[in-house]
Design a protein around this ligand. Structure first.
Ligand SMILES: N[C@H](CCC[C@H](N)C(=O)O)C(=O)O
Length: 286
């Protein structure tokens, strides 16, 4: 199976071009787990398929390292945009990508040699009701800085969706948080029926945050694009960050620039890097 390995701020995936490789639907979950394994596979945070769409220029599907399919991936979208533009699958610098969480618009910033330096994604509006996250409770209500009891602890969190679910906690120091303990306990809490990505935010100022993530289905990653968008939206909803101005989000793998604009859409700008093209031979059945 031919693939490309790419990353957005260190959040890396195995990318498969569906015009090149036809993978049976029933094999996708296992394939995502196999290729993600650093010892017996390629080593990645998951698998991303690039394919045709009936409602956009391309379609992106994303599978976490545990094989679960997610509805959106911000770092993945920037890498898909780079892939299709640099490989001349589209000539326009602005185009659309369908995801299970909705269709987004992207704009690539490329030099004369078509090398993509940065990608800006219109991630659409955050979805705030419990029904949209999804989260148990009054479906029309929102969860902004609410005490939520999880196992034997209670956490103050803000929950929202960027097409995929995020629980955001504000902490005094992101480097002091036991992410390996708190992350999975919130990810698997019954109050989140589809599990949840868990983000930890340290506010540095009205236009700057540190953000760390425990990703649903992949654990700690170097960066999470949808999570960075969710963190900025949560910061603004909690009166900690400015609206309609670029917020610098410092992640383990580097920085993203996020704006929640007056038109209600969130815009994410950041890099996308190519690592290698390869061919994967799944272990033959013995
Ligand atoms: N773990 C996420 C999908 C990947 C999101 C992340 N890598 C990003 O860049 O947005 C979920 O299950 O919703």
């Amino acid at each position: 199976m031919k693939f490309a390995k790419m990353h957005g701020l260190g959040n890396c995936y195995v990318y498969v071009n569906q015009w090149q490789e036809l993978i049976p639907e029933e094999r996708l979950e296992l394939l995502a787990r196999v290729v993600s394994d650093v010892h017996t596979g390629v080593g990645s945070d998951g698998l991303i398929l690039i394919g045709p769409s009936e409602c956009a220029d391309f379609r992106m599907r994303i599978f976490n390292a545990d094989g679960s399919e997610a509805k959106n991936c911000g770092n993945g979208l920037r890498c898909v945009a780079k892939y299709v533009y640099e490989r001349r699958m589209i000539d326009r610098r602005e185009f659309t990508i369908e995801t299970l969480g909705g269709t987004v618009s992207v704009e690539v910033d490329a030099d004369f040699g078509r090398k993509v330096r940065q990608v800006t994604v219109d991630m659409g509006a955050p979805r705030l009701t419990k029904a949209e996250v999804p989260m148990l409770g009054d479906p029309a209500s929102t969860t902004i800085d609410e005490e939520v009891a999880i196992v034997s602890e209670t956490y103050r969190l803000t929950a929202l969706s960027m097409g995929n679910p995020h629980a955001i906690l504000f902490v005094p120091d992101v480097n002091e948080v036991p992410i390996h303990e708190i992350g999975p306990s919130i990810e698997f809490a019954p109050i989140f029926p589809e599990r949840v990505n868990v983000g930890f935010v340290q506010v540095r100022g009205p236009r700057e945050i540190d953000y760390r993530v425990w990703e649903r289905g992949s654990g700690i990653t170097q960066a999470c694009g949808t999570g960075a968008c969710a963190a900025v939206a949560a910061g603004i909803l909690n009166g900690l960050l400015e609206r309609n101005t670029p917020i610098t989000v410092h992640l383990l793998g580097g920085d993203l620039e996020i704006v929640w604009s007056e038109n209600s859409h969130i815009y994410m700008k950041g890099p996308a890097e190519f690592i290698l093209d390869g061919e994967f031979f799944p272990a033959q059945k013995t």
